[in-house]
Ligand binder design. Structure first.
Ligand SMILES: [Zn+2]
Length: 102
């Protein structure tokens, strides 16, 4: 089954506050640049189909899977599972994408 490493995230303003709206995927799971942008809606669809998305802490080297998260505000997004450690947290440890530089 396909696995995808998330190397960066895009935050956007949704009605109530800020959420991750899309993520950047490493082509081979080793490169730190994102080769492809995927919306959270598409990640959620892929997760339901059995694909795996994960993050890796740059210092700890630890992996945490990503799961769907339905925020109380009604926005459907993603979060790290319970494996999360400080430096692989999708919400605040993974860097912002820099698509504009390309
Ligand atoms: Zn929310």
């Amino acid at each position: 089954m396909a696995t995808h490493r998330i190397v960066c995230v895009d935050h956007g303003d949704v009605p109530r506050h800020t959420h991750i709206i899309s993520v950047g995927i490493s082509k081979d799971g080793k490169k730190l640049q994102a080769s492809r942008r995927v919306t959270v809606a598409d990640v959620r669809t892929a997760l339901r189909a059995g694909e795996r998305y994960y993050t890796v802490g740059l210092t700890s080297g630890k992996t945490a899977d990503v799961e769907p998260y339905d925020c109380a505000c009604g926005y459907l997004t993603l979060r790290s599972t319970a494996d999360v450690v400080k430096d692989n947290n999708l919400d605040d440890a993974i860097r912002e994408c820099s698509w504009k530089q390309r």
